[in-house]
Design a protein around this ligand. Structure first.
Ligand code: JFZ
Length: 504
């Protein structure tokens, strides 16, 4: 009898709750070509991607020849957009490839430098918006094979980086100013977005027909890249914001499936396609399209909530808004190695990878400023890479001194704001059990394994506990960001005092 009453009560509660849940959850729009998965991929390839921590981006193409300057004039435009800068005629730009002869290019040297820097993956521009192909594509005459250099640069890159154990991803621009069938499509108005089904990107029938050729060409090139470079791990798409491409949701989705079938494990970023309602990158239900969120310099997240629980990486320039080689770096603030290291660890602490861009010159040299940064980051990574690679966000909350990451039981505190009193005050999480408390069981500085003094740092009004870790003198003097590895242990509150004594 009692049992059945309980049953009825439980039944009522659950049905009420379900009704409530249904009322409060926003109704999902049925989409055929939105995200095909909610949440993260769980396969080994993607886990491997997640563990990279640091990547390198390389923007290299014929735009490296002018390097942002022409006839004595300097463009403030992004150097890789030089064709649109107004300083060069289209005809002049489209003939630059005849001079492309990077005699100093040494892929092995680039790969060695990247390895020394601590890079685990790299993204290479196979074709930027100008349409120039860094591989000998058989579908156009505007390629590396038609330059004095002739050699297949994509192959040289894939081989050299793979040999160093660095995974290669291919950047591919959907925008292609060199193809006669390419069109941006009629610009999209707010009205078009509401009435997407009727949005017509084309001005006339001929343009529509020609765009079909462009689609075939794009598909052919992508198949060609995956066929020629089977070691490629993934594709990084750019320039997919054109109305004509966005309107092709069904076709592009099919193409993505085809690419995945021919290349199992392939990783595709979120900037490849739109859904059938014209939502690009994040679909109309708010779900991330494809495998990871491709973030940019200007939208590095600040909280875990902002990442939406998605896998993500963030590509970052060294000067402001310059990806390709620009001769003049005095036009904007140039980030230092430590600016970049801090952004990297911030990204890692929020479950993201950080990708630093390099723009080699027209002869194939990596500029000295970039080499210096690569060396400084490499020196830091040699000591501290455990805080960057194979980690995720930690159980500690964000604290003033910097960022924390975690791998298993190891918690890495990366300190960027060194306290004036040379004590790092660490707030430990609260135990779920009221009688228990977290203590720092072990602490070591990655650059100096001795001499760790931990003191009780007291308790705040909310009942959180603190510990002070003294910064050894040699590390104080180095005056660069440093990492402390700690291990926490849950002990009975009574045990805390004796525990802390034992440590000091
Ligand atoms: C694009 C390109 O136009 C640019 O030349 C470079 O290759 C870069 C990596 O990608 O530029 C963008 C595109 C999107 C954003 C920023 C730069 N964004 O969404 O912040």
């Amino acid at each position: 009898m009692k049992r059945s009453v309980l049953f009825i009560v439980l039944f009522c509660v659950t049905t009420c709750f379900q009704g409530f849940a249904q009322q409060t959850t926003k109704e999902r729009i049925p989409l055929k070509h939105g995200a095909h998965r909610i949440g993260k991929r769980t396969d080994a390839e993607m886990q491997h991607w997640r563990d990279y921590g640091l990547g390198q981006f390389i923007h290299w193409g014929v735009y490296a020849i002018p390097g942002g300057q022409w006839n004595g004039k300097t463009s403030t435009y992004a150097a890789e957009w030089f064709r649109s800068s107004g300083l060069i005629t289209k005809e002049e730009y489209d003939n630059l490839y005849k001079q492309f002869d990077p005699t100093s290019f040494d892929a092995k040297q680039w790969a060695r430098q990247a390895k020394q820097m601590g890079v685990k993956y790299m993204i290479f521009t196979t074709k930027h918006h100008d349409g120039f192909c860094m591989w000998p594509s058989k579908y156009t005459d505007y390629t590396i094979a038609d330059t004095p250099y002739k050699n297949d640069i994509v192959k040289e890159i894939v081989d050299a980086y793979s040999a160093e154990g660095i995974d290669v991803y291919l950047y591919f621009s959907i925008i292609d100013w060199s193809h006669p069938g390419y069109t941006t499509g009629r610009s999209i108005t707010a009205k078009d977005r509401k009435n997407w089904e009727n949005y017509n990107p084309f001005e006339n029938e001929e343009q529509k027909q020609k765009y079909e050729e462009f689609k075939t060409f794009t598909r052919n090139q992508l198949m060609e890249l995956l066929t020629n470079y089977p070691r490629t791990k993934g594709l990084w798409f750019d320039g997919s914001w054109d109305g004509a491409w966005m309107k092709e949701a069904v076709w592009v989705d099919e193409l993505g499936k085809e690419l995945r079938t021919m290349h199992p494990g392939l990783i595709i970023g979120s900037r490849f396609r739109a859904d059938e309602l014209g939502a690009r990158h994040i679909d109309s239900n708010g779900d991330l399209i494809d495998d990871y969120d491709q973030r940019f310099e200007r939208n590095l997240p600040s909280t875990l909530a902002e990442t939406g629980g998605n896998d993500w990486d963030c590509v970052m320039t060294i000067p402001e808004n310059q990806w390709g080689y620009h001769r003049d770096w005095s036009l904007s603030y140039v980030k230092t190695a430590y600016d970049l290291i801090e952004m990297m660890v911030k990204a890692n602490s929020l479950d993201g990878n950080f990708v630093i861009n390099f723009g080699p010159d027209g002869k194939g040299n990596i500029r000295p400023e970039e080499t210096k940064i690569a060396q400084e980051i490499g020196d830091w990574m040699t000591v501290n890479k455990d805080a960057v690679c194979g980690v995720h966000h930690s159980i500690l909350e964000k604290q003033e001194w910097g960022y924390s990451t975690q791998k298993g039981d190891n918690i890495y505190l990366s300190v960027f704001n060194k306290p004036m009193n040379n004590q790092v005050r660490v707030k430990v999480p609260k135990s779920k059990n009221n009688d228990m408390i977290f203590v720092i069981e072990k602490a070591e500085f990655l650059s100096d394994k001795k001499n760790v003094i931990i003191k009780d740092g007291g308790r705040d009004k909310s009942g959180s506990y603190y510990y002070d870790i003294a910064i050894p003198e040699d590390i104080q003097k180095q005056n660069i960001p440093f990492v402390i590895l700690i291990k926490l242990k849950e002990v009975n509150k009574g045990e805390k005092a004796s525990y802390q004594q034992a440590l000091t």
